[in-house]
Structures are given as structure tokens and as C-alpha cells.
Design a protein around this ligand. Structure first.
Ligand code: SAH
Length: 214
């Protein structure tokens, strides 16, 4: 995602304490208490400009959503959308997913969403893919035993890599869809990337995978 330089991003995020968690590691094990209602937590990693998480928060008021984004100037757009629509079940964090287990206690999260994650097409960069096994290890640690990962992408190479990575890790693929929009699923909330690729007629891939019970 293109990040326009926004020198004011840091100050803006600092002011939005209604939505932005400025010291996220301090909330480890205590995330549920950061929301007005004590209910399950769904985490989106790489939330971009936030259309998905805001749409999901509206559609599922009984879930608390956490949107994690690495790039401040991109996170700003998502927080601005929240300030406009005022959901009470979203928190935003500026954080790198590689350090996820410093942020959540074991089993603190019910579901993880990965939407249009950076594909890192070169093999030498495989470690950076959010579905590489070192990431899966952390996801398993923070997810509830029956928690799952929902993954959407337009990128066939990343999709093939990811379902292979899930299955090599012993995960159970509960859904694999090679053309999501053909389903006309009324509950599907499109991300910014999804909208762009779908408008060009590209198929969108989705899968849902669960870790085996320990
Ligand atoms: N989900 C959005 C954006 C997809 S682009 C959409 O579908 O429209 C991928 C996003 O993931 C970018 O905004 C990028 O900054 C973010 N990202 C990449 N690596 C990350 C990491 N390690 N931790 C958190 N966010 C990351």
C-alpha cells in the first residue's frame, strides 16, 4: 500500500486515545478490558486504510476488533474513518506483527484476519510473509484453542504458499474458496485492495484455517 508522507501522523495518532492504543504491550492479557463490552477479540493484521475493520465492527457489534498496522501514515486513514463513524468496538495499534506474542497473552484472541498481505514474491523473502511458519507459531500461541485464521488475497502465488504453509503446520483448512465474489456472500466486507482488484475482474481467494486442538 502506498504510504504518503504525513509528518503530522504521529501527533494525530497520539491525540486519538479514544481509538488508538499508544502503549499496546502494556495491555498484554488485559485487552478485553480496553473495550466498553467484555466480548471476544478478533484481530486484523495489516489493516491498511481500515474499510474492512470498520465494516466488520458495524456488522458484528458482539465482537471487539483490534486493527494492527505497521505504517503510521496508513493507520491514520483508518483512524479517521473511525472518528467519523464512532464505533465502540474497535482499537487501533501501530505495531509490527513479528512481535505479536509480546502484545497478547496466550489464548487472548478468538480470530485473526489477514487481508491482502504483502506477497513478498521472492523466495529469499519468504520469512517476511505473514503466513510463514514463525508467524503461524505466534498465531497459535495467542489464539484460543478453537480459534481460526481467515485469509483473503488476490495473489495466487501467496495463496498457494499460504495453504501449503497452513497444512504443513498441521492446520485444518475449513474453507478454501478460489472465487469469493462468485459466492455473493452478503456478509463479506470488502477491503480497499479487494475493491480495487475485484473491479478489475480479478478473482479473490479466501480460506479459513484452524489449528488442531492440543
Ligand atoms: N488489508 C488492507 C491493506 C493490504 S496491504 C487491504 O486489504 O486493503 C498490506 C498492509 O499490511 C499494509 O498496509 C502494510 O503496511 C501492512 N503490514 C505489512 N507487514 C506488516 C506487519 N509485519 N505488521 C503489521 N502490518 C503490516
Amino acid at each position: 500500500m502506498r504510504a504518503r508522507h504525513k509528518p503530522w501522523a504521529e501527533d494525530f495518532l497520539r491525540e486519538q486515545t479514544q481509538y488508538v492504543e499508544l502503549n499496546p504491550t502494556a495491555q498484554k492479557g488485559n485487552w478485553r478490558a480496553q473495550f466498553s463490552k467484555n466480548q471476544p477479540i478478533h484481530l486484523e493484521i495489516g489493516s491498511g486504510k481500515g474499510q474492512f475493520i470498520i465494516g466488520m465492527a458495524k456488522q458484528f457489534p458482539n465482537i471487539n476488533f483490534i486493527a494492527m498496522e505497521l505504517v503510521k501514515s496508513i493507520l491514520v486513514s483508518a483512524v479517521q474513518k473511525a472518528v467519523e463513524s464512532q464505533p465502540d468496538n474497535i482499537r487501533f495499534i501501530n505495531y509490527d506483527a513479528k512481535d505479536l506474542s509480546e502484545l497478547f497473552a496466550d489464548h487472548e484472541v478468538e480470530r485473526i484476519y489477514l487481508n491482502f498481505s504483502d506477497p513478498w514474491p521472492k523466495n529469499k523473502h519468504a520469512k517476511r510473509r505473514l503466513t510463514y511458519h514463525t508467524f503461524l507459531q505466534q498465531y497459535q500461541q495467542i489464539l484460543k484453542d478453537d480459534g481460526d485464521i481467515v485469509f483473503k488475497t488476490d495473489n495466487q502465488g501467496l495463496f498457494e504458499y499460504s495453504i501449503t504453509s497452513f497444512s504443513q503446520f498441521g492446520m485444518i483448512l475449513e474453507e478454501v474458496n478460489l472465487d469469493l465474489h462468485e459466492l455473493n456472500d452478503p456478509t463479506n466486507v470488502m477491503t480497499e485492495y479487494e475493491q480495487k482488484f475485484a473491479a478489475k475482474g480479478q478473482p479473490i481467494f479466501r480460506c479459513r484455517a484452524r489449528f488442531p486442538k492440543k
